[in-house]
Design a protein around this ligand. Sequence first.
Ligand code: UD1
Length: 421
Amino acid sequence: MDSIIVRGGGPLSGRVPIAGAKNACLALMPATLLTDEPLTLTNVPRLSDIATMTRLLQSLGAEVSELQEGRVLVLSGLGADNPRADYEIVRRMRASNLVLGPLLARHGRAEVSLPGGCAIGARPMDIHVAGLQALGAEIELRDGYLHARAPKGLRGAQLTLRFASVGATENILMAAVLARGTTVISNAAREPEIVDLARCLRSMGARIEGEGSGTITIDGVERLHGATHPVVSDRIELGTYMLAPAIAGGAVEFPGGRVDLLRAFCEKLDEAGVSISETGAGLRVARGDGPVRAVDVRTGVYPGFPTDLQAQMMALLCTARGTSVLEETVFENRFMHAPELMRMGADIEVRGGTATVRGVSRLKGAPVMATDLRASVSLILAALAAEGETRVSRVYHLDRGYEQVVRKFRAIGADIERVPG
Ligand code: UD1
């Protein structure tokens, strides 16, 4: 198992290219199950989660070919006649559950393993199940699998989600595009990844309106066709790298970076005293001398502050002037990075879903352990400005969601390397 070694250093400078969004791509890939014709995705990030989804789709009988070193995927759902998403794959990645809606819509049948325990909370599937049942599916839980059937086909319905779940909105959307009649999803998730999925489905012939708002209306169609779709850029990867100069000082440019996908996050950086400017080509993020200011952060569904940037933001606030309060409202148990940051000298107190961070003048390098994807990268960020050397172990989590992480940090002047063991 590899580790990453970071030696804290001075200001950063340079440019970081941002990849296609992992979370968008993981929802777009299963859309291939909705048609016999090829679906081509471009701007695909090269990540182990994408490889896991590829394996899952192949296990269902779909074909997936990589072009341009994995930047382009050509998918075909033509031969996908196995409705069973096996525990062996699903347990590795919760997003595997995104095959449920498409399998049900197309084949009237799906058996999808429950994802099982997850490091960042219980993450049940009840909202997915309730939504699909509203469309007429019969679903029961047996042997750890959701067994879903729609013997008479799915039919449009009006439904309101108990919570604006991203995955449930995606599953219901993909099921509804082939259902008979009109579906209205109220309290739908509004994340940019949902907008991207709706755009792709529309270019496959689906009739969808309202994506990006809390109400999505879908008029079911008889069949979908093939399409080519570029994956939207990864706002979480962007936000993560924007924190690098905010923490270590300096100025970094992000070609193609968009503030509009990260507004709540950018507002908090601004409040902390980090400068963000839109250049003709993208974004430039800079921090002057001296520490940033403490800010309070409350995560929420889009357009709120993304839970997927909470750990990284905490890394910044560890050395801010003053006391910050971070409230996590989307997941329970998503502060596993706090004890690791404390090993580096941070002053953090966690009580339930709230973390109080009292800024210290400097963190110190230490051996720390990555516990999940975003927690791992928060430790690297903290280490960029810490005194001495930090060794982050269990970095396989990073490979799930950050492409060429060492190379990208090095390109902006960070002293970072990946070593075996
Ligand atoms: C997606 C993202 C993940 C992000 C999360 C919230 C992907 C592949 N992953 O995950 O990176 O952190 O959105 O922005 O896109 N819940 C239920 N019942 C359900 C479904 C969800 O109670 O049926 C709860 C979850 O336990 C969690 C909350 O709702 O507390 C948010 O989950 P959800 O929006 O579904 O997240 P994911 O789609 O799993």
